[in-house]
Design a binder for this molecule. Structure first.
Ligand code: MN
Length: 247
């Protein structure tokens, strides 16, 4: 099982979650929202090679923490994974969009300078801006759009830009999310939870709930569940290879 976008450090008891991830033999990309939490996550993740820690600066925090971008850029050297980064254009964060883009582009440039990184990207109400910035600064990095919620045309543009997608049970709970999933290339999709922010029936999703996305994908893609499971394993391997080539 794979969770390609999870905020492991933000659960009430991260150590318990980490232990359960290990017990289940899961692959988890632990995204972080600040450079400090990257360091804390590396300690939590310990020696488990299946838990990879990404360095990030969440776009919703940029208005308060843009000064931390230089720290993020220096930590990019220490990991192959960058996230959560991106731009949030929703009404609550629209005021800081210019600053968010400055920060996003700065991090993209650092990732590119380091030879390319896997990027877990937030693009709520800002897909066009994110794609414009990727067009200019992505370099050899591999962009993964997490919890994509743009329009059909924006999705087509992201596919054309060679983006990958991480989709979870919360996104797929809506009719619209399921429709978008039908348009995603099956060989560029991986499961995520966005836990503990991603929720189901009012409760935070745990990393192992990423597998709840698979029967829904099987349904919308009209494939047997075991084929979807096999596709996800193949995708993880392929993403790793694409990514390693970029390093
Ligand atoms: Mn997130």
């Amino acid at each position: 099982m794979i969770d390609l976008h999870c905020h492991v450090d933000l659960y009430p008891r991260p150590a318990t979650v980490i232990a359960e991830i290990a017990r289940r033999g899961m692959y988890v990309l632990a995204v972080t929202t600040t450079p400090r939490s990257f360091q804390a996550n590396r300690i939590f993740a310990g020696e488990n090679p299946k838990i990879r820690v990404a360095v990030g600066l969440h776009p919703e925090l940029v208005a308060e923490r843009s000064h931390e971008v230089s720290e993020v850029c220096s930590l990019v050297e220490m990991t192959k994974y960058v996230g959560e980064i991106g731009v949030d254009g929703s009404s609550q964060h629209r005021h800081s969009v210019d600053l968010q883009r400055d920060v996003f582009r700065t991090i993209l440039r650092a990732a590119s300078r380091s030879g390319g990184r896997m990027l877990s990207i937030h693009s709520r109400n800002a897909v066009r801006l994110v794609l414009d910035d990727l067009e200019r600064e992505c370099g050899a990095s591999v962009p993964v759009m997490h919890w994509f919620s743009g329009s059909e045309l924006e999705l087509e543009a992201a596919v054309a830009r060679r983006c990958w997608f991480s989709v979870g049970p919360a996104m797929l709970a809506s009719k619209r999310g399921r429709f978008l999933a039908t348009l995603m290339p099956k060989d560029r999709v991986l499961p995520e939870t966005d836990g503990p922010f991603g929720q189901m029936d009012g409760a935070p999703l745990m990393p192992w709930h990423a597998e709840l996305a698979l029967p829904i994908l099987a349904q919308v893609w009209n494939l047997p569940l075991d084929e979807v499971q096999e596709q996800m394993r193949w995708n993880l391997k392929n993403l790793g290879q694409q990514h390693i080539q970029g390093i």
